[in-house]
Design a protein around this ligand. Sequence first.
Ligand code: HXC
Length: 257
Amino acid sequence: MSYDTIKVETRGRVGLVTFNRPKAMNALNQQMMREIVEALKAFQADAKIGAVVLTGSEKAFAAGADIKDMQSMDYPAALMVDLWGEWEDLGNFRKPTIAAVAGYALGGGCEVALMCDIVIAADNAKFGQPEITLGVIPGMGGTQRLARSIGKAKTMDLVLTGRLMDVQEAERCGLVARIVPATDLLEEALRTADKIAEFSLPAVMLAKEAVGRAFEVPLAEGLRFERRVFHSLFATEDQSEGMEAFVQKRSPQFKNR
Ligand code: HXC
């Protein structure tokens, strides 16, 4: 499969998607959304892939949905094509995802980072939801995932003023897991993804699903889900292997990875 707006590679057990619209600051147009979703489907189907890294350029992870693409759209068209709805395929992707963010992650770019499981950011990263400056509001999770991620106070501040926040503020409020020098960003993201990909994939996928539940269901239901999933992993060979390896003081050789 060839792509025009992204580069897709595999690095061992890790899938790497690099946004590639440099002239438009990696603005996310509909073709790009579809290509990213296609690439993710292929990584989901590839049993050898244990985690995926999404990244942009040094200047921009993505400066938002493509404004020129949306400019002439009217309400019925936006409604009928369910504008940007396909991004939920990233939100629902079942293997772990890492956003490696340098430069601008604005609007849809910030929302794509929020759909990923771990955000690792370069020291030049900037986050924001500037949609209000365009006469609209975030439409891919910026009022929902962002509020669940960093709370009401910061989300209201960002969404209502459209201001950008630097990477230190983004880390303080919990949007960013780690800050690294820009030159080390991709290496750190790939190393992290590779570490995840060494573990038992069923356990990793269920861990991701269980954490995701914390944002969707009441606590008692989430705890019950977690316990049932935890119990279910005792049906896997990787549980036997992981625990046996610990007792025998050796590294586990997981089968499902
Ligand atoms: C289309 C974009 C773009 C975008 C940048 N470009 N962002 N094109 N959509 N979101 C283009 C510019 O038009 C310009 O093209 C080129 O990229 C370089 O951008 P400059 O503005 O010249 O660069 P700079 O001065 O460095 O400023 C960078 C920037 C600024 C701060 C990121 O470009 C900016 O504010 N962009 C818009 C950010 C934004 O509002 N994002 C939210 C989009 S709405 P030319 O051809 O002139 O060289 C959104 C909705 C999501 O995301 C929800 C959907 C459901």
